[in-house]
Design a protein around this ligand. Structure first.
Ligand code: NAD
Length: 353
């Protein structure tokens, strides 16, 4: 039996260990992918830290949400097929693929509607079962693969989460030509959202972050307005840019106790707030304002397989381009997570095992 190296979380908050483990053998519909690139998502940091800040200082542990350790994280996985079970059709060895990691049970109402990302009993790769921080990843079915052709695996990897989540959020924001869409947080997800919003809407795009370098990158990618909320009031900044009315939609990729009240307060009448970030905490809601201003508050969690296929096509046509600013080897995984935590990564880092 082959052996492989994988970086694993054995215990939350402790450094990941690169271990020598058995390489899984695919059977039936399963596919073994040799990992070329695994994106480092801020959600991997939350997983490593063991959970999310909930209301009133309560910590929401990932273990209470069904996560079990030891675990190989990594849900943004691109590579090539090395082995397949006997029921796999339409794929061949050596083919480059992107993995759709948001795997469900296939039987709940969400799965039946094609939204496995919202399954009642999720089995997502890199969260509930081993993912891509390793030399190989076992994919439960060829149906979760997307063909990449010649498209670069490092650029493709982050489409599986950061790209897909941003795509879902922009679609949910549903802004029309000339309307204003505010993107809070110009990180891995936010920078994707700027490009996707440019590609599929005719909206004016305002971006809010606390880091000028990330705002500069957002401007390069097409953002019309950049506001540093560390230096000025972002609500005022958005009001100034919208004749005092506010934005038709806000996507909050941070979504913590600081950003969420601002996001709420910069909405125009009939505005929509799409909450995506898991930075955590809580906020007090001014309840009468929700009906009086007819606001819509909604959440977005990753995205569906059919949207990933659509997104890969957009990327292949050059309409969006992942910002990959750092590459790490597998044994540098802890440095990758630390750099992301300290806010040093522009766009995405990838691990090349
Ligand atoms: P990231 O670390 O790449 O980017 C975060 C960005 O937010 C950075 O640019 C940072 O400067 C900015 N920021 C931090 N605090 C801020 C503040 N107070 N005001 C304005 N900007 C601020 O993270 P990411 O990978 O883009 O992920 C963002 C969040 O989304 C994480 O919590 C992640 O877990 C979550 N996430 C959610 C989903 C989902 O489906 N809902 C999917 C993936 C990631």
């Amino acid at each position: 039996m082959w052996r492989m190296k994988a970086a694993r979380i054995n215990k939350t908050k402790e450094p990941l260990k690169v271990e020598d483990i058995a390489t899984p053998k695919p059977s039936g519909e399963q596919v073994l992918v040799k990992v070329d690139s695994a994106g480092v998502c801020h959600s991997d940091l939350h997983l490593w830290e063991g959970g999310y800040a909930g209301p009133q200082g309560v910590f929401m542990k990932v273990e209470d949400r069904g996560v079990k350790f030891p675990l190989t994280p990594g849900h943004e996985v691109a590579g090539s097929i090395v082995e397949m079970g006997d029921k796999v059709t339409g794929y061949s060895k050596g083919e480059k693929v992107l993995v759709y990691p948001w795997i469900g049970d296939g039987v709940c109402p969400a799965c039946k509607a094609g939204e496995e990302n919202l399954c009642d009993s999720p089995r997502s790769l890199g969260v509930y079962q081993d993912g891509g921080y390793g030399e190989y990843a076992l994919v439960p079915s060829y149906k979760y693969l997307v063909k990449l052709g010649d498209y670069d695996t490092a650029a493709a990897a982050s489409l599986a989460c950061s790209g897909l989540t941003a795509f879902t959020a922009v679609k949910k924001a549903a802004v029309k030509d000339g309307e204003t869409l505010v993107i809070i947080g110009a990180g891995g997800l936010g920078l994707m959202a700027v490009q996707i919003a440019k590609a599929i809407t005719g909206a004016k795009i305002a971006v809010v972050d606390i880091d000028d370098k990330k705002l500069d990158e957002a401007k390069k990618l097409g953002a019309d307005i950049a506001v540093n909320s560390g230096k000025g009031d972002p609500v005022q900044g958005v009001k100034d840019a919208t004749k005092g009315l506010g934005a038709e939609a806000v996507i909050d990729f941070v979504n913590n106790a600081k950003t969420a009240p601002n996001s709420f307060n910069m909405l125009r009448k009939r505005g929509k707030l799409v909450m995506v970030g898991l930075f955590g905490g809580s906020m007090e809601l001014n309840l009468p304002l929700i009906p009086l201003r007819a606001f819509t508050l909604t959440g977005a969690y990753t995205g569906k397989y059919s949207d990933l296929v659509e997104l890969v096509e957009l990327a292949k046509k050059g309409k969006i381009q992942s910002v990959v600013s750092r590459r790490f080897k597998l044994d540098e995984v802890n440095a990758a997570l630390e750099e992301l935590k300290s806010g040093k990564i522009i766009g995405r880092a990838v691990i090349n095992p």
